[in-house]
Ligand binder design. Structure first.
Ligand SMILES: *[C@@H]1O[C@H](CO)[C@@H](O)[C@H](O)[C@H]1NC(C)=O
Length: 509
């Protein structure tokens, strides 16, 4: 007999719920190191902006043939914006390949191999100062972006697939939590007294190697996702073995039959490609909603804060801008936890509307405070409070909600393609903000957040008019809601769906 112990089967009066096993804890922890890495690299370029720019300048001077010409400020700005934003180009490219890679290598092996990007990136960025090469920094930022794009797809997928049903929601949120903790840790380490000094800053990037090494060492001890083994590889014996390790139970027939049902549903519903989503009238409205919600997340200006807040705070007259940046990171983490509780209780649409409205108010306050700051210096506290509020409302609505809604708008068949489109939109708009913010901020001065306010207002109107509530509703109900809004589609689809129903069975009469 295997030494797995007895199973608590008592007359079958109760379904055996698998508890939290060591293997599950280990595997979830190992996986979300990827989310941490992602968050860390969002936050890491914020605080040390000035000293790294100075180092670019020094590299430029020592490399120029005359040995004296200092760098043109415009060029320096471009090089810095590029270092910040090329991260999202990497993410854009790799987020599109998550589906293929996770199918081909499996979830676990894909995560192991992904760390090659992190090791390369960390070394390039860490060595860029000694080598006097901002090119290495930029390439490194691209590679860590590639890592992050893959991780942002692989981690939620793996964690979702290995979690028992009743814990899936709770464990799924650990991805987001680990990400914001990564941002916070990067901001703290970026303090001048830690690693954010002109001599120590390369170490900020060497730190990237730590989660990569720990994750690479621990992944071999984590079982592959049983869903991948069963649904993709059709290896029932392997899937059972993996289930046994995750659940700690000998008899895994319950979980196995869940997966069989899932596979049956997937086989009955053909996979939909990205092109088909855009071509089919059925998906047009939901995909427009999915895309605009992703835009509402990124074009809200949140990453202007996470990439550039130290600069923003110092322009707003805050005396210790780096501490304000850390304050923003703490608010961000705290409200991520708050939203984990809210999401279970309030509707997605309500939370998104609330978040957008709150962000608009904060953007207006910020603008007023920054515009009058010259005459009333104490207003720097108001702009700080407004930025904290902005971040808090982001984590209540536009942060988490777009991902939830996309997943809930699409059923099994089109979901992977819809998620890929959403991810691509997200990274693209992330790039636009990372690259463009400093230029726009120079043009608009204190009024830059008015621009985000206007965009947020447009997203608020759109959400109010077009975004359905998805919480606790079936795909049928949701798609019916879309049809009601657009009666021109009604005829064809009613025809199509009656055909389906007459094939499906008589119980719909
Ligand atoms: C580059 O460094 C030189 C020498 O330290 C300095 O005079 C110049 O202002 C710097 N240029 C920029 C754009 O920071």
């Amino acid at each position: 007999m295997p030494s797995g112990g007895f199973q608590p089967i008592e007359g079958g009066q109760q379904v055996v719920r698998s508890g939290v096993t060591k293997t599950l804890v280990l595997s979830v922890f190992t996986a979300i190191l990827g989310s941490f890495q992602f968050g860390y690299n969002i936050g890491v370029i914020n605080a040390p902006q000035k000293i790294i720019e100075q180092s670019y300048n020094e590299s430029w001077i020592s490399r120029s043939s005359s040995g004296s010409g200092s760098i043109d400020p415009g060029l320096l700005r471009t090089l810095w914006s590029l270092s910040v934003a090329i991260f999202s180009i990497g993410g854009m490219v790799s987020s599109l390949s998550v589906g293929v890679v996770s199918q081909w290598l499996g979830r676990k092996r894909a995560m192991v191999i992904n760390n090659v990007f992190a090791f390369l990136a960390g070394s390039l960025m860490g060595l860029s100062q000694v080598c006097q090469s901002y090119e290495m920094m930029i390439v490194g930022r691209f590679l860590i972006g590639v890592y992050s794009g893959l991780a942002s797809g692989l981690v939620p997928m793996y964690v979702g697939e290995i979690s028992p049903t009743h814990l899936r929601g709770a464990l799924g949120t650990l991805h987001q939590l680990s990400l914001v903790i990564g941002i916070l840790v990067a901001q703290v380490l970026g303090l001048e007294m830690f690693l954010g000094s002109s001599s120590r800053w390369p170490a900020l990037f060497w730190v990237t190697l730590i989660p990569a090494a720990v994750q690479s060492l621990m992944l071999p001890f984590c079982p592959e996702s049983p869903r991948f083994l069963y649904i993709v590889c059709e290896q029932e014996a392997q899937a059972k073995k993996s289930l046994r390790r995750f659940t700690g139970l000998l008899d895994v027939t319950n979980d196995l039959s869940d997966m069989k049902e899932e596979k049956r549903q997937m086989d009955s519903e053909p996979k939909v490609s990205i092109l088909q989503i855009f071509r089919s009238r059925n998906y047009r409205q939901p995909i427009v909603v999915a895309i605009i919600l992703q835009l509402s997340q990124q074009l809200s200006g949140i990453n202007a804060i996470f990439y550039y807040s130290t600069d923003i705070f110092s322009k707003a007259g805050v005396e210790q801008p780096i501490y304000a940046t850390i304050g923003a990171g703490i608010v961000n983490t705290a409200f991520t936890v708050v939203s984990l509780f809210l999401i279970e209780r309030a509707g997605r649409r309500t939370l998104h509307l609330l978040g957008l409205a709150g962000m608009i108010v904060c953007a207006l306050l910020m603008t007023v405070a920054m515009a009058l700051q010259e005459t009333v210096p104490t207003l720097s506290y108001l702009s700080m409070a407004a930025i904290f509020g902005f971040v808090a409302f982001f984590e209540i609505g536009p942060g988490p909600i777009p991902w939830f809604i996309v997943a809930e708008l699409f059923s099994q068949g089109p979901r992977p393609a819809a998620m890929a489109i959403a991810g691509f939109t997200n990274w693209t708009s992330n790039f636009i903000i990372g690259m463009g913010f400093q230029y726009v901020a120079d043009l608009c001065g204190p009024y830059v957040f008015l621009l985000f306010g206007a965009l947020l207002f447009a997203f608020l109107i759109f959400t109010y008019l077009r975004v359905p509530e998805t919480r606790g509703r079936s795909f049928d109900e949701i798609s019916h809601g879309f049809r009601k809004r657009n009666p021109s589609l009604l005829d064809q689809e009613v025809k199509a769906s009656t055909e389906m129903e007459s094939l499906g069975g008589p119980d719909e009469a």
